[in-house]
Design a protein around this ligand. Structure first.
Ligand code: HEM
Ligand code: HEM
Length: 208
């Protein structure tokens, strides 16, 4: 099984046209994501895992200055995710992801759809979050550094943005869980080195 994955990685390298430098290939022969893509991925992952508990705690607190501060953090982390996801999409156009690892075709499709839906939902959530705040006429603080102005109050549109944000959270949970389950499947069952595609070179010598 591992042999077929290794040859798939090498075949994929040849298909891409240019041979990849050794540091771009994992121990099992899979091409890695670019270091910038890796860094942006893990920053998004960390911020995504922070933005959720901030929201859960903020909405559950009674009106209190702490509630306000948690909302400032929730909104600011959410807007940071928006900026990074936009950057990731632009960067992905410049440096496309490496060819897919060899898995049954249906699983490749599920993986791809999962990735694109993750990009989509992590655009929809911050935009709907901003709109649900801004359409009630409020400005949005960014880490107590500056504020982004609100919009003209519009209760109807505000309710729509709020519904999208509240329903959207379930897509976030489902997509992130599927994504992590898929990674765990590669790591534990298939053991094909897929996680390493998203990690820096692990030969203990640093990247060169
Ligand atoms: C990736 C980005 C984001 C995610 C994943 C996210 C997720 C969530 C979640 C899970 C809730 C709790 C819903 C509940 O159980 O009641 C929530 C609430 C909220 N979020 Fe976000 N959020 C994001 C970005 C933002 C941004 C950028 C803003 C504003 C600038 C924002 C404003 C709000 C507000 C005001 C609420 C309270 C809504 C209500 O209780 O009616 N969010 N968000
Ligand atoms: C601890 C949690 C996470 C783990 C273990 C993980 C793991 C991975 C791995 C191994 C890949 C590479 C897949 C491949 O090369 O085929 C990947 C890609 C990706 N991950 Fe995650 N991830 C995590 C969290 C997240 C989160 C929270 C997001 C939300 C935005 C995310 C979005 C993506 C996207 C969009 C890709 C595809 C990259 C591309 O091809 O453009 N990941 N992840």
């Amino acid at each position: 099984m591992a042999g077929s994955t290794i040859s798939a990685g090498r075949k994929a390298d040849r298909k891409a046209g240019t041979p990849l430098p050794a540091t771009y290939v994992t121990a099992s022969g899979l091409p890695r994501h670019h270091p910038v893509s890796q860094a942006l991925h893990w920053v998004t992952a960390a911020l995504a895992l922070a933005v959720l508990p901030l929201a859960w705690v903020a909405v559950s607190l009674p009106p209190d200055p702490a509630k306000g501060s948690l909302f400032v953090l929730h909104k600011s982390v959410g807007l940071t995710i928006l900026a990074i996801v936009v950057l990731r999409i632009v960067w992905r156009m410049i440096r496309p992801a490496p060819p897919d690892p060899l898995v049954p075709r249906l699983l490749t499709l599920i993986g791809r759809v999962n990735h694109w839906l993750l990009y989509a939902i992590f655009l929809i959530m911050p935009i709907s979050g901003y709109l649900l705040s801004a359409l009630s006429g409020r400005s949005t603080p960014y880490f107590w550094l500056f504020t982004i102005p609100g919009l003209t109050k519009d209760d109807g549109a505000q309710k729509i943005a709020e519904s999208i944000h509240l329903v959207g959270q379930w897509f976030v949970y489902a997509l992130v869980l599927l994504h992590i389950a898929g990674t765990a499947w590669h790591l534990v069952i298939r053991r094909d080195g897929l996680l390493e595609r998203m990690l820096p070179v692990q030969d203990g010598r640093g990247s060169r």
